[in-house]
Each structure stands twice: as structure tokens, then as C-alpha cells.
Write a protein that binds this ligand. Structure first.
Ligand SMILES: NC(=O)c1ccc[n+]([C@@H]2O[C@H](COP(=O)([O-])OP(=O)(O)OC[C@H]3O[C@@H](n4cnc5c(N)ncnc54)[C@H](OP(=O)(O)O)[C@@H]3O)[C@@H](O)[C@H]2O)c1
Length: 322
């Protein structure tokens, strides 16, 4: 009997906490959903390329831009998945101008073939979204011998952008959107071991490649000044997608805590914002998260490293990009 107040309190809490949780759930969800692109811009007559658009953030970005009337090219490595995504987007948006094309960013030959085919078939390119990405892969190399994260996330998109830049300039005003990550904060450009041959840690390899994307954006923005082509980078948020497929722990956490993650549609908002927002028409070289400017790490603001990475990337790819 003496324990009655304690028991009553415990019972009260046991009933109140789940109720509070239930009442707070929509607010918690709204908080984790993050920023939303509110632009109603239409894209009729505009041509868009999105890499890795068969699933996750890329697919939702493609769906949104197709819904705005753009001709959207899904540039993907797996044509079965790509055709399925294109068909789904065509059905959902009613836009028949959604096309799947083969692009494997882990193979420079495939990147060159994609660009060649694109330039033959399309007259203009208004929005290029470098979205595809790999994370936490076991050590592996691309067809050209580049470490997989560095090769796909950075060098693959670097080469693709190089091959499409003249077309973007010709189609100006046009935009390049580089999907990076908050993970860039943990990255460093290890010029002494870019291919991770001396030491490799899968988590860090992702961070390094995402930092490379931020530095690429910075240097490219400087070089594109006055051309009518802008380039910005972004963090999409923590999104429930296939990205952690190589990590059992991350996969488990992703499945355990879905309400703390953005849906792919929520994760696509900042990509869409960078691609269409009217107020970003002349903004270039910036980094966004939740549809607003975000903090870039000191390593990501290092112009000297950005310039050196540019030169080394050109050298590795055997291109001249002045
Ligand atoms: N999800 C997050 O929490 C998060 C956070 C920060 C940044 N990001 C970034 O957001 C972007 C999209 O990721 P996501 O979350 O949507 O992941 P996802 O669902 O795994 O999608 C990644 C896409 O990239 C494609 N891809 C991978 N390797 C490729 C290659 N060699 N050539 C062409 N395409 C390739 C994948 O194709 P397959 O389907 O054929 O594998 C897939 O379409 C990535 O750049 C990622 O780093 C995501």
C-alpha cells in the first residue's frame, strides 16, 4: 500500500508517454521531413539529365521535374531498372518525354558513349543533375582502375560534366546540380593516395568522394562565371533509400528508424530546389540543404585544393578542361 503513489505514477507515465509520443509523432515527422521546394516553375521545352535516376532520390527528382513538363533523361547503369522507372514516371506524370539511357559512371567508355549519344540526339541541355552515388563499398575499382567511390561519385561525374558543358553553355541559362552530402565534413583529399591503395576505409572513402564533389562545384562555378551556366551542390538529408546497401549495420538502422529518415520524395526537395528555384537563377558555387544555404566545411572552402583536384582529375581522365 505504501508503494501506491509510486505505482500510480509509473502507471500514469506508462499511459501518458505513448500518448504523448502519438500526439507528437506528426510534428517529429514534419521536423525530419525537412525543407520543401515551393517553386511552381514549369519546365516545358527544357531538357534534363539525371544520373542514377532509377531509384531513391534521383527517381523522385526525375518524377518532380517530369511533372513540371521537362524532357527527362534517366541516365542509369541498369537498363531494366531504368526502363521500369521511366515507365512508372510516364504513367504517374502523364509526361511521355521520360527516357532511359545507359550510363555506367564506373566506366569512362560508357560515360563517353552516353555523352556522344546524347549530343547526337538532343539539341539542348538545361539541367544536369549529378545524383548517382555509391557508399561504403568494399574495396573495388572502376573499369579504369579508380577506387570505386572516387571513380563513380567524383571522376565519373567530372567527366560527364566535361563532355556536356558546351551543350549546357549553348542552352544557357542552364544549371548543374551536384548531389553531395553532409558526409563531406569528414572528408579529406588524399592526393598521396587517391585510389586508396595504401590505406582504405569504406566510410571515409565515401566522405572523401563527397568532399571532392564540393570542391569540384566550387572550382567549376569559378570557371563558368559569365557563361549563364550555374553549378551548386547539396546535401539531400538522411534519406530512406538503397544507399546503405553495402553496410549491414546501416541497413539495419535505416529499417529500424524509418520515421527519423526522409522519404526519397522529401530527399529530392533540395535537388529540385537547386534545379528550378527562380531565386537561384544566378547563384553559383554554393551548397544547400533543406532548400536553404548550408555550412561548408573548411576543407570544402579550400580554393588551392579545389584547383589541384581539378588538375589531377583532368590528368587521371586524360582530358584538357581549361
Ligand atoms: N540517402 C541518403 O541518406 C543520402 C545522404 C546524403 C547524400 N546522398 C546522396 O544522394 C545521391 C542519391 O542517393 P540515394 O540515397 O538515392 O541512393 P540510391 O537509392 O542507392 O541511388 C543511387 C543511384 O546511383 C546509381 N549508381 C550507383 N553506381 C552507379 C554507376 N556506376 N553508374 C550509374 N549509376 C550508378 C544507382 O544505380 P543502381 O540502382 O543500378 O545501383 C542508383 O540509381 C547519392 O549521390 C548519395 O551519395 C544520399
Amino acid at each position: 500500500m505504501q508503494d501506491f503513489p509510486g505505482c500510480a505514477l509509473a502507471l500514469g507515465l506508462a499511459l501518458a508517454l505513448p500518448l504523448l509520443g502519438l500526439l507528437a509523432a506528426p510534428y517529429i515527422r514534419k521536423y525530419f521531413a525537412g525543407g520543401k521546394c515551393t517553386s511552381t516553375a514549369k519546365l516545358n521545352g527544357k531538357v534534363v539529365v539525371i544520373t542514377g535516376a532509377n531509384t531513391g532520390i534521383g527517381k523522385e527528382t526525375a518524377k518532380d521535374l517530369a511533372g513540371r513538363g521537362a524532357r527527362v533523361i534517366l541516365a542509369c547503369r541498369d537498363m531494366v531498372k531504368a526502363e521500369a522507372a521511366a515507365s512508372e514516371i510516364r504513367t504517374k506524370t502523364g509526361n511521355q518525354q521520360v527516357i532511359a539511357k545507359k550510363l555506367d559512371l564506373a566506366d569512362t567508355k560508357s560515360i563517353r558513349e552516353f555523352a556522344e549519344n546524347f549530343l547526337e540526339e538532343e539539341k539542348e541541355l538545361h539541367i544536369l543533375i549529378n545524383n548517382a552515388g555509391v557508399m561504403m563499398c568494399p574495396y573495388s575499382k572502376t573499369a579504369d582502375g579508380f577506387e570505386m567511390h572516387f571513380g563513380v561519385n567524383h571522376l565519373g561525374h567530372f567527366l560527364l560534366t566535361f563532355l556536356l558543358t558546351e551543350c549546357l553553355k549553348k542552352s544557357a541559362p542552364s544549371r548543374i546540380v551536384n548531389v553531395s552530402s553532409l558526409a563531406h565534413h569528414g572528408g579529406r583529399i588524399r592526393f598521396e593516395d587517391l585510389q586508396g591503395e595504401k590505406s582504405y576505409q569504406w566510410g571515409l572513402a565515401y566522405c572523401h568522394s563527397k568532399l571532392a564533389g564540393i570542391l569540384f562545384t566550387r572550382e567549376l562555378a569559378r570557371r563558368l562565371q559569365g557563361t549563364g551556366v550555374t553549378v551548386n551542390a547539396l546535401h539531400p538529408g538522411t534519406v530512406a533509400s538503397d544507399l546503405p546497401r553495402h553496410s549491414t549495420i546501416m541497413n539495419f538502422l535505416w529499417k529500424l528508424l524509418p520515421f527519423l529518415l526522409k522519404t526519397p520524395q522529401e530527399g529530392a526537395q533540395t535537388s529540385v530546389y537547386c534545379a528550378v528555384a527562380e531565386e537561384l537563377g544566378s547563384v553559383s558555387g554554393k551548397y544547400f540543404s533543406d532548400c536553404k544555404p548550408a555550412y561548408v566545411s573548411p576543407q570544402g572552402r579550400d580554393d588551392e585544393t579545389a584547383k589541384k583536384l581539378w588538375d589531377v582529375s583532368c590528368e587521371l581522365l586524360g582530358i584538357q578542361w581549361n
